[in-house]
Design a protein around this ligand. Structure first.
Ligand code: ZN
Length: 412
């Protein structure tokens, strides 16, 4: 989108917040923001960020920026810690989200002939219903299963000739393993998987794609900003396109809070142009990614960001270099004979910070050669010298879902 148009969209958002959002009226008063003062992108970049903590304080409906009569639905982000965040939606918000979601499906090559089995949950959170609304908008057949009951999922998949699986990566893996175990591959009609919500390693990706014999698309989103469906990768699979007519993305350094140089990793910050129920200004997602500035070979006008490599909370800084779990995944996947399990330990020895990277290698492989290769790759791609430690398969601890991948021993 043209810079001038972006600036105009941002200016009209700030003006709307000043007029209609009591949440932002209060924040603008605190920080002396006046919509009339925003004339350039530099002015915009001085505006305060919004963080999840701010949204929690607005519980239950403090974010609402329209009269009650215009709110048609609420969603809530999973409140695993403390107060949840409630996001009110107007009819137009619901419609806009469905438009964005059906666009995602089109980017994944889906048509109204497809049958999509939706396994993410329905309810307060945004996953299932987002997949459903997008499918209906596209004209595809939605099969609203929700999560769990694997045997029934497989039965429906077979009987209804499901062509697309919508799922989290962990559930897709579970289904893939079950399909392999029951040798059901030949009886399924699956072509694609739309996989959302968690950061997932490249090896897990390969495993799901191979076992189910499908092409996978990575979909991104968060409840605070509509839900899933705000970006997806195209058939080129080189980054996710996001909908720049609805959203403004920035990527910032988590320490200086200034934009990172284009193409470098940082925290994704999102501003909504059109959201009515709960518009957000410079919302800090804490997701780490980078812009891919080159035009995509697919020809889309919508810009791209890379896959999410981690959360800013998972980041560790060693000798001035930021390390994220996703970067380690990316490096290890390029080295043959290494499993996807690893553990990075940061320590302080002899006055210096050092990183021990433990990983598993397959039987019969020369550990010293692999260690040298991992060390070389790490140095060239992350810019840091590490101490590689190759061990046998199965020697590293496994955990159910979100494994701890980086442990920092420097501060006690
Ligand atoms: Zn593309």
């Amino acid at each position: 989108m043209e810079m001038m148009e972006t600036l105009n969209n941002l200016k009209s958002l700030v003006k709307r917040l000043e007029e209609k959002s009591s949440f932002y009226q209060e924040r603008f008063k605190e920080s002396g923001v006046r919509a009339a003062d925003i004339q350039t992108m530099e002015d915009f970049e001085k505006l305060p960020f919004t963080d999840k903590g701010d949204l929690r304080k607005a519980y239950p409906l403090g974010l609402q920026a329209v009269p009650d009569s215009e709110v048609v639905r609420i969603h809530s982000s999973s409140g695993t810690t403390g107060t949840p965040v409630i996001i009110p939606y107007t009819a137009k918000d619901v419609e806009d989200w469905a438009i964005m979601f059906s666009r995602c499906y089109e980017y994944a090559g889906m048509t109204n002939e497809d049958r999509i089995q939706i396994t993410p949950g329905y309810g307060l959170w945004t996953a299932g219903i987002g997949f459903q609304a997008g499918a209906e908008k596209l004209g595809a057949m939605a099969i609203p299963m929700g999560p769990g009951n694997t045997q029934k999922q497989l039965q429906m998949m077979k009987d209804l000739k499901t062509t697309v699986l919508a799922s989290t990566s962990s559930y897709a893996l579970l289904l893939a393993e079950e399909v392999a175990r029951q040798d059901l591959g030949d009886q399924l009609y699956l072509k694609k998987g739309i996989i959302g919500s968690e950061r997932w390693g490249a090896k897990m990706h390969c495993r799901i794609a191979e076992e189910l014999d499908i092409e996978l698309y990575d979909i991104y989103g968060l409840t605070e900003i509509y839900g899933p469906g705000i970006s997806i990768d195209c058939s080129e699979h080189q980054g996710l396109h996001y909908w720049s007519d609805y959203l403004y993305f920035e990527i910032i350094d988590t320490e200086t809070l200034k934009p990172v140089p284009t193409g470098e990793y940082g925290e994704l910050v999102i501003t909504t142009f059109k959201k009515e129920g709960a518009p957000l200004l410079r919302y800090r997602t804490h997701d780490i990614t980078r812009f891919i500035p080159e035009p995509c070979p697919c020809g889309s006008i919508h810009p791209r960001h890379d896959r999410i490599v981690g959360r800013s909370d998972d980041m560790v800084k060693v000798k001035g270099v930021n390390i994220y779990p996703g970067q380690i995944d990316e490096i290890l996947k390029t080295v043959d004979g290494v499993s996807s399990e690893y553990l990075a330990t940061v320590d302080h020895k002899n006055g210096k910070d050092c990183v021990f990277l433990s990983f598993e290698v397959i039987e019969g492989i020369d550990k010293a050669t692999i260690e040298a290769e991992v060390k070389r790759q790490f140095k060239s791609r992350v810019g840091l010298s590490i101490i590689p430690v190759a061990s046998s398969m199965g020697s590293l601890p496994r955990s159910e879902k979100k494994s701890v991948r980086i442990v920092d021993h420097r501060f006690g």
